[in-house]
Design a protein around this ligand. Structure first.
Ligand code: UDP
Ligand code: MG
Length: 315
């Protein structure tokens, strides 16, 4: 049976691309409706993330011209992740499935067909993965790669080269609604939900028009958010470092005593050297212990659901 699809598109000052994006998405959805792959109640939902240009007016016009379009307006710019979540949570009430996409047509919209097929096969979450990033600048590719590798190293469960183009079923969205955290990093959060999931590959294009809304500063703070919202490893590394320094201090101790016995030092050198290394290590271990507790507090304050039940059989 056909399902109701909501395509969620966060937009921040996207007046230059909105016309083309809405046209392409409209064509795609109308075809899907005609082929009875999705219901007539399906919609393309634009979320205006507090834009200062004509974006919202354009969205309002689209909505008045065609009931295929829907709009959500945030009161101010809250960032792509929050805009996306706002769209998803609004759509959850009416949609059976949602697909999120950027407004700049960088994600190939033909991936929608494959995502729908995968959903038919029973997958609750389908991650869109960029098969190549040749169209991105070297800098963007390099920073992105480093970021994904670093997250992997820190033990964050993340899908490599997956941005925010993904299909989520109503069931997955309802689970996502249980996560109350404020520092939102959906790429890290969605894999925590579990459920049957898979990936779909697509080519990443160049931005259709306009400039990237992720300047270096925003990209950096997004990366820091991604790491610090999902890993307490940096805190635990302080402890490891402290232990290493304590071990080194033993070697230094032996070394400085030998040098002292051999009479090759000025008075006080041995005492100072040993003190510096030993105290340094001790302090770092102490910070590490505090870090362990801070890490626990961090997880508690997130109030993440401890589990999500997929099914209950009780007869
Ligand atoms: N975006 C948003 N709020 C922001 C920044 C970006 O809603 O504060 C949207 C933007 O309109 C676009 C998507 O997030 O639809 C991705 O942004 P962009 O294409 O500029 O990022 P890039 O592809 O360069 O990483
Ligand atoms: Mg983009």
């Amino acid at each position: 049976m056909a399902k109701t699809l909501y395509v969620i598109v966060p937009c921040y000052n996207e007046e230059e691309v909105l016309k083309e994006t809405s046209k392409c998405l409209k064509q795609k959805c109308e075809k899907l409706i005609k082929d009875k792959k999705i219901t007539k109640k399906s919609k393309i939902m634009f979320v205006d993330d507090g834009s200062s240009d004509e974006t919202w007016n354009m969205i309002m016009n689209l909505c008045s011209e065609d009931s295929l379009f829907a709009g959500v307006k945030l009161s101010k710019n809250r960032g792509q992740q929050n805009a996306l979540l706002a769209g998803l949570m609004t759509a959850k009430e009416k949609a059976d499935i949602t697909i999120s996409m950027d407004a700049d047509l960088q994600d190939d919209i033909n991936v929608i067909d494959e995502m729908l097929e995968k959903n038919e096969m029973g997958y609750e979450i389908v991650y869109g993965v960029r098969s190549s990033r040749q169209k991105d600048t070297f800098f963007k590719r390099f920073t992105a790669k480093t970021f994904y590798r670093l997250l992997e190293f820190l033990g964050v469960d993340i899908v490599y080269n997956h941005a925010d183009c993904r299909l989520m079923s109503k069931k997955a969205l309802e689970a996502l609604a249980n996560y109350q955290e404020v520092n939102l990093f959906l790429r890290g959060l969605v894999p925590l939900i579990g459920y049957k999931s898979t990936i779909c590959y697509y080519e990443r294009h160049e931005r259709f028009a306009g400039k990237s809304k992720y300047p270096l500063k925003k990209m950096f703070s997004f990366a820091v958010d991604g790491i610090t919202s999902f890993s307490i490893k940096p805190l635990q590394m302080i402890m490891a470092l402290g232990i290493i320094i304590l071990l080194v201090s033993i070697i230094i101790m032996i070394y400085s005593l030998i040098v002292k016995v051999m009479g090759m030092v000025v008075p006080g050198w041995t005492f100072l050297t040993i003190s510096i290394w030993f105290l340094g290590g001790l302090q770092m271990v102490s910070i590490g212990i505090i870090g362990e507790y801070v890490g626990k507090i961090y997880y508690e304050t997130k109030k993440r659901p401890r589990y999500i039940i997929e099914e209950v059989i009780d007869e």
